[in-house]
Design a protein around this ligand. Structure first.
Ligand code: C2E
Ligand code: CA
Ligand code: CA
Ligand code: CA
Length: 275
């Protein structure tokens, strides 16, 4: 038994070592990729539930690694945050998205994810507005998506940043609503333009009546507060129909379209919004 224990220990030691090396290599590759602006924006359609038209896209970062292939944002976003490069990544993505959007009509909006660590930086509004000005993209066409994690650590700074952006016309969406610790508190303390219902609730609406009740309650609460709702993670028609029937305003999900490169995204637009 003793020998078994020791070899198990050695096995762990070795694999931990490999894991660390692996991580260091990935980190170096990410540094390089961000430096060379090789991360790409992909675009997932945002749909107006009243008439089904695509009014905008959420910008989602994609990394095509030269040897490992596509790496998920769940992996490289936290890494970029840890090595202090999340802002570089975000700004390069925003610039590219503004340029891509020139092939769409002026009505099409972009929704950009802002990481919690970025909401600690009082210079954030100036950086965003500066890029928009340089790229000729109207602030009223941009929505930023923030999660509650961003608000808990320094509410005062986050509040100032968001209100400065809002006063310049940028809209703010509260992302992943329902998964945080004090969602209702944050709804009261800050001004949002939209509530984005977390996809974990929406995805399980078919199989769980509790999920359905929670989504119904979020939509009705948001209505009471005068806030539009977006449901993400719509994967089938039944869920879409239910959401439309309870008056959810906007939708996003694989059933309506996956994240795709700019050239493909243009195909999802109404003819008068494309080209
Ligand atoms: P998120 O902001 O909640 O983005 C929505 C995620 O849900 C995307 O995953 C999208 O592809 C996925 N999704 C949308 N509809 C469906 C559906 O019907 N079914 C399923 N199963 N999934 C659906 P993605 O692109 O893998 O991004 C994961 C997370 O990584 C994002 O979650 C966001 O937190 C983060 N992320 C992605 N791009 C960026 C970025 O540019 N900056 C920052 N800070 N975070 C980003
Ligand atoms: Ca988001
Ligand atoms: Ca989300
Ligand atoms: Ca998320």
């Amino acid at each position: 038994a003793k020998r078994d224990g020791r070899s198990t220990y050695r096995f762990f030691e070795q694999s931990m070592d490999e894991e660390l090396r692996d991580r260091a290599a990935l980190e170096a590759d990410l540094r390089k990729a961000i430096g060379e602006e090789r991360l790409e924006p992909h675009y997932q359609p945002l749909v107006d539930m009243r008439d089904g038209h695509v009014y905008g896209f959420e910008v989602l970062a994609r990394w095509n690694h030269p040897t490992r292939g596509w790496i998920r944002p769940d992996v490289f976003i936290p890494l970029a945050e840890q090595i202090g490069l999340i802002s570089d990544l975000t700004w390069s993505l925003l610039r590219r998205a503004c340029r891509d959007s020139r092939q769409w009509s002026d009505d099409i909006r972009l929704a950009l994810n802002i990481s919690p660590v970025q909401l600690k930086d009082p210079l954030l509004p100036n950086q965003i507005l500066g890029i928009l000005a340089e790229e000729g993209f109207a602030p009223t066409r941009l929505e930023i998506e923030v999660t509650e994690t961003a608000l808990v650590s320094d509410l005062k700074t986050a509040k100032a940043i968001l209100s400065s952006l809002r006063s310049n016309g940028v809209r703010i969406a509260l992302d992943d609503f329902g998964t945080g610790y004090s969602s209702l508190y944050h709804l009261r303390e800050l001004k949002f333009d939209k509530v984005k219902i977390d996809r974990s609730f929406v995805q399980s609406m078919q199989t769980s009546s509790d999920s359905r009740k929670i989504v119904d309650a979020i939509v009705s609460l948001a209505k009471t507060l005068g806030l539009p709702t977006v449901a993400e993670g719509i994967e089938d028609k039944a869920v879409l129909d239910h959401l439309a029937s309870i008056g959810c305003d906007f939708g996003q999900g694989f059933y309506l379209g996956r994240a795709m490169p700019a050239e493909a995204a243009v195909e999802r637009l109404d003819p008068h919004d494309a080209g």
